[in-house]
Design a binder for this molecule. Structure first.
Ligand code: SAM
Ligand code: SF4
Length: 334
């Protein structure tokens, strides 16, 4: 292997998140506007380019690869890409291949994903109520997603549910969601809504439900024990009572997690963002397309990592959304 990727703050970059499409079959209100304009196809990295890009990062020491979007499973022929990445699992260079999905296409793809080596999957689900589900996702249908979750578990994948905590929307389902996940042996992570993109009417301060409050509500019913587990990402985990259930909290706004951040993100157009909460990015598509040899690409990756900032500046505390970044979550993939 070449020299590993280490940023100026001595963080080893071992986790790569790659958005493989900006498109989606849902229009979640906190993520996209109803009339999204998507990128022209030629702007997107091809599947071969995605493979070259990810393989370069793996050569440089990335051990964990998470595929996201948009909705990764709506990208045409995406299973070809997953199968390709499977070779890095087989060689041992890659330790984990995983994805974040809205679950809509899992009934079709769960078995293929498992065959490619995917053993864990994050599925986003904010409510167990069919009408509310249609309202929050605009285009999504709950029964289809529930069938997808069944299929993923049936295929043998460990499922984690991601739920965006939304004031006035799913506060009343806190215990229903927790109990439902426990009954199906699924971990659950709550995410604070983040100020991404310009979504028109939605007022992000109105939707914001602090996970400190959410956690206090959970503690009215069960003891929560903090777990030492750190993934290098923004999640902190607790164990519920004396059960095996694990609950995660992703609190980019009320807590700072930057010091241990070991991750970088690639957009579907080949830009690298070294911090989710900053605008700074570099282009990797030009060096990728400029030469069939990967040396320019590897140099561009190293140059980008050398610019990874120390942290982000999101702040809701002053009752205005400071540090807001203008791109949509579907662009960088969350
Ligand atoms: N379509 C897939 C899905 O929904 O899981 C993958 C991409 S989606 C952008 C990744 C995650 O970002 C989802 O869990 C979603 O709930 C979350 N997300 C999107 N917009 C967000 C926002 N403004 N604040 C917090 N989380 C957000
Ligand atoms: Fe699509 Fe995921 Fe964004 Fe919802 S959160 S619109 S499912 S990309």
């Amino acid at each position: 292997m070449s020299q590993p990727l280490i940023d100026p703050f001595a963080r080893h970059i071992e986790y790569l998140r790659v958005s493989v499409t900006d498109r989606c079959d849902f229009r979640c209100v906190y993520c996209m506007s109803e009339n999204m304009t998507f990128l022209p196809k030629k702007e997107l990295l091809t599947l071969e380019e995605l493979d070259r890009m990810c393989s370069a990062f793996i050569r440089l020491g990335v051990k964990k690869l998470r595929i996201t979007g948009g909705e990764p499973l709506v990208r045409r022929d995406i299973m070809t890409f997953f199968k390709g990445m499977g070779r890095h699992l087989e060689s041992g260079a890659l330790q984990e291949l995983t994805l974040t999905s809205n679950g809509s296409q899992l009934e079709r793809f769960a078995d293929d994903l498992y065959a490619a080596g995917v053993r864990r999957i994050n599925i986003s689900l904010d409510t167990l109520n069919e009408e509310k589900f249609a309202q929050i996702t605009r285009w999504g249908r709950l029964p289809q997603v529930l069938r997808g979750i069944d299929a993923a578990q049936h295929a043998g994948m460990r499922v984690k549910i991601n739920t965006v905590a939304l004031q006035g929307f799913n506060e009343d389902e806190l215990f229903d969601l927790t109990d439902w996940c426990a009954s199906r042996d699924m971990d659950l992570t709550f995410i604070e809504v983040m100020p991404m993109g310009d979504l028109g009417n939605e007022d992000r301060l109105d939707q914001y439900w602090s996970l400190k409050d959410l956690r206090a509500r959970l503690e009215e019913r069960s003891t929560l024990t903090d777990l030492p587990e750190r993934t290098g990402g923004p999640a902190r985990y607790v164990r519920v009572g004396d059960t095996a259930q694990k609950i995660g909290f992703i609190t980019p706004l009320s807590h700072n997690f930057c010091e241990s951040c070991n991750r970088v993100r690639i957009t579907c157009t080949g830009e690298i963002y070294t911090c989710l909460g900053q605008e700074g990015h570099s282009d990797l598509r030009a060096p990728l397309r400029g030469s069939e040899a990967d040396i320019d690409l590897e140099n561009a990756i190293r140059a980008a990592i050398a610019l990874k900032p120390k942290g982000h500046d999101f702040d809701y505390s002053r009752q205005k959304v400071d540090g807001q970044v203008s791109r949509h979550m579907s662009h960088t993939g969350g």
